[in-house]
Write a protein that binds this ligand. Structure first.
Ligand code: PEP
Ligand code: MN
Length: 382
């Protein structure tokens, strides 16, 4: 990180406002009417499973014409909900105007949305509007998987003097089909947490899942990875919600969801599980996933070998390998992996693939120098 002032966010315990871990935030995607906000707020308060009520007042929509939020008229509804239930309130801000209105309206906390985080001009405008204002602000990950953009947005707010800073992981847009609305790509929040262990990191299983049925599993995974809490979309009448209808829970379902989750023990600072141990667990988990995927890949390579033999097709097909490598290097650039590393790694994978494709008979024993198949590197074994 090159910024002059290193990010030093305050731990949640120092935030005040009665906030504590796990920090649970619930509320509708959008504030739609006074009755809807109050119904959601009282329903959520009755579960006893949230500290903060969220609601979107200004909705960033992909296409014009969709419901774009009620704007400032909804601010008194949130104030009323707070007076009625004691829940703190939180809204999304994308411009200086939103910041001013929200603060004037007595909102307790703010968040920057996933479509705003990637734009340094917008984030800077928000940061400037917040200079000298001590309010908790959460930054959602940018829609594209770019850790530096996420950190950069936090740094801009930090430079404005904000210290009660948090991050929200809501998943990433990805060009490949995944079972999620937004691919979780857990390695990004894990890397953020590894870089800034004190940063309050929340999971947003609603926007990752995109559908009600997956929310529980995603929420549990976030908690298992040591997240500080969750932000969940809760609506009094999800089927008729004006935005994100498929992913909102009723207050009662939210209560049941929270009841079914396994929360790690609240960690007192002194007896806290060693951070190194926690990070090593994460590494072990990732290494296991990588090994399983590699084994599956090699099994498929072996099957391709059989097929090629049956049809008298050459094992080595250089154009195919070039395409694979090109795609991997493109991915590497997206993910911030070094090109040399990826080249070496893929060459090793390729060597092993060719070995698996060519061992119809028992494989040649040790003695052949490791990498003796490197000459196959200009061909494709898949
Ligand atoms: C939201 O929280 O309703 C929202 C718009 O989320 P995101 O910015 O993550 O898409
Ligand atoms: Mn939403």
């Amino acid at each position: 990180m090159s910024a002059a002032t290193p990010l030093q966010p305050q731990p949640l315990a120092a935030w005040g406002l009665g906030l504590h871990q796990p920090l649970m935030i619930a509320g509708p995607c959008s504030a739609e009417s006074e009755a809807q906000v109050l119904a959601a707020a009282t329903g959520i308060a009755a579960t006893g499973a949230a500290q903060v009520l969220r609601a979107g007042l200004w909705k960033p929509r992909t296409r014009p014409g969709a419901f774009e939020g009620m704007g400032v008229v909804a601010l008194p509804w949130l104030a009323q909900a707070k007076a009625l239930t004691g829940l703190l309130t939180m809204v999304e801000v994308a411009t200086a105007e939103h910041v001013e209105a929200a603060l004037k309206g007595g909102v307790d906390m703010l968040w920057v949305g996933a479509r705003t985080t990637p734009n340094p001009f917008s984030v800077q405008e928000i940061a400037d509007a917040l200079r000298g204002v001590d309010v908790p602000v959460f930054v959602k990950n940018p829609i594209n998987p770019d850790l530096q953009l996420w950190i950069g947005a936090l740094e801009r707010l930090h430079r404005s003097g904000l210290r009660r800073l948090g991050a929200i992981h809501r998943g990433f847009s990805w060009f490949e089909r995944t079972p999620f609305r937004n691919s979780p790509m857990w390695e990004f929040p894990i890397r953020l947490k590894a870089a800034f262990p004190e940063l309050v990191l929340l999971g947003d299983p609603s926007h990752i899942s995109g559908s009600r049925d997956r929310i529980g599993a995603v929420a549990q995974q976030a908690l298992d990875l040591g997240f500080s809490g969750l932000m969940v979309e809760v609506h009094s009448d999800p089927a008729n919600a004006r935005s994100d209808a498929d992913q909102q829970l009723t207050p009662a379902d939210y209560g049941r969801l929270v009841g079914s989750l396994i929360f790690r023990q609240a960690l007192p600072t002194a007896g806290m599980r060693d951070r190194l141990e926690e990070l090593r667990d994460l590494i072990d988990q990732l290494d296991e996933e990588i090994a399983q995927k590699l084994a599956a890949r090699m099994d498929i390579a072996a099957r391709i070998g059989d097929h090629k033999r049956q049809h008298h097709v050459a094992i080595l097909q250089p154009e195919r390998w070039e395409r694979i490598m090109e795609r991997q290097l493109e991915l590497a650039a997206h993910l911030g992996l070094g090109a040399d590393f990826v080249r070496e790694y893929m060459d090793a994978v390729h060597r092993e693939s060719i070995r698996r494709q060519t061992i119809e008979e028992p494989e040649p024993e040790a003695g052949a120098p490791a990498g003796s198949q490197a000459s196959a590197g200009d061909g494709a074994g898949q």
